[in-house]
Ligand binder design. Structure first.
Ligand code: NAD
Ligand code: LMR
Length: 329
């Protein structure tokens, strides 16, 4: 047996950073064979076919076979895992509504193709932006597939937050835990340190010794740095994050399939937890248990945190309304 994994946008940058790590066993472990389905649009087929040739040349023990296609029915056939990376980037002069419309035209049909052709246990993570709302669109087009099987990537935001705390505290990143991201994968996201620990001690206490007034540091430095890190990478690198996004995607799927021993973050469908409107795909603190994400419930959110979560959720609600107005939900 092998796990069938469909990667959309496989000819793109993140696709190229994902494929070889998956084939090497970084995502599902050293004992799990994989079948890769590389789904592209016609313009991306050459790049995906080239990556498939290189996958052959990698002679990966775990790689059963690779198929490259621009037909979603073929691309999603038998998929146990769908990594939805391909998306329409914002072009010059494109408004947010145009971006939502273009992506609704991709993620609606892909959700329907997943419902029609993927394996019964299919699980999908949306990386392509706007990731949360694209996941919502795909889930609502996937008749018969539980909405909980569609998620959006916010693990990169969590990794960024943990890394910034590690730098501020001059500590190894592995010592920092429980830094959930709430809300949207956008500049409104709320990276929350109120439950974070460093080697078991509250991060807030350790920060006080380093930065003085913690709230000012969060407002003026940490939150904007994390929430706008995608834009910072684009400025410095000249194109959006790739290897770190692929790494986070691998961690998201690995944890979902194999389980977590602590909290992490993922964009998952809300059932009304923490007052987030039902049906929205929002990032929450989550655990993975028996192959399913569970939202960590019962956390205290003070007024300062609540305002930030509400602002990001309001943006998600606006995106949902815009997509509804387009008839895509
Ligand atoms: P890229 O332009 O290099 O690659 C995208 C690929 O998708 C292209 O090869 C394109 O041909 C393909 N594609 C477009 N429409 C498709 C469709 N309908 N079906 C299949 N393939 C399709 O972009 P990239 O750098 O790989 O980034 C991909 C997406 O990931 C972007 O939307 C980017 O904004 C997003 N992203 C998200 C996160 C996150 O944390 N959620 C982080 C980084 C990037
Ligand atoms: C990121 O977070 O790096 C991506 O979503 C790219 C972006 O546009 O911010």
């Amino acid at each position: 047996m092998a796990t069938t994994i469909t990667i959309t946008g496989a000819g793109g940058q993140i696709g190229y950073a994902l494929l070889f790590r998956i084939a090497a066993g970084d995502m599902l472990g050293p004992d799990e064979k994989v079948r890769l389905r590389l789904l592209e649009i016609p313009q991306g087929m050459g790049a995906a076919e080239g990556a498939a040739l290189e996958l052959q040349d990698g002679a990966f023990d775990l790689l059963e076979d690779v198929e490259v296609t621009d037909d979603p029915a073929v691309g999603f056939a038998g998929a146990n895992l769908a990594l939805l990376v391909g998306a329409r980037p914002r072009g010059p002069g494109m408004e947010r509504a145009d971006l939502l419309a273009a992506n609704a035209g991709i993620f609606g049909p892909q959700g329907a193709a997943i419902a029609a052709h993927a394996a019964e246990d299919v699980r999908a993570v949306v990386v392509g932006n706007p990731a949360n709302t694209n996941a919502l669109i795909a889930a609502s087009a996937a008749d018969g597939v539980p909405a909980e099987r569609f998620t959006a990537l916010t693990r990169l935001d969590e990794n960024r937050a943990r890394a910034q705390l590690a730098i501020a505290l001059d500590a190894p990143v592995r010592s920092i835990r429980r830094v959930p991201i709430w809300g949207n994968h956008s500049a409104t996201q709320f990276p929350d340190i109120s439950h974070a620990t460093i080697d078991g001690r509250p991060v807030a206490d350790a920060l006080r010794e380093r930065v003085g007034d913690v709230r000012t540091w969060l407002e003026e430095s940490f939150i904007p740095r994390v929430a706008k890190r995608g834009a910072e990478i684009i400025d410095v690198r000249g194109s959006s994050s790739v290897a770190s996004a692929a790494n986070a995607t691998i961690e998201h799927v690995r944890d979902w399939v194999r389980g977590t021993d602590d909290w992490t973050s993922a964009g998952v469908v809300s059932h009304g937890e923490y007052g987030v409107p039902e049906g929205i795909v929002s990032s929450f603190p989550v655990r993975a248990v028996d192959g399913a994400w569970q939202i960590v419930e019962g956390l205290e959110l003070d007024e300062w945190s609540r305002v930030r979560l509400d602002a990001s959720v309001a943006e998600l609600v606006e995106e949902r309304e815009a997509v509804r107005a387009l008839g895509a939900l």
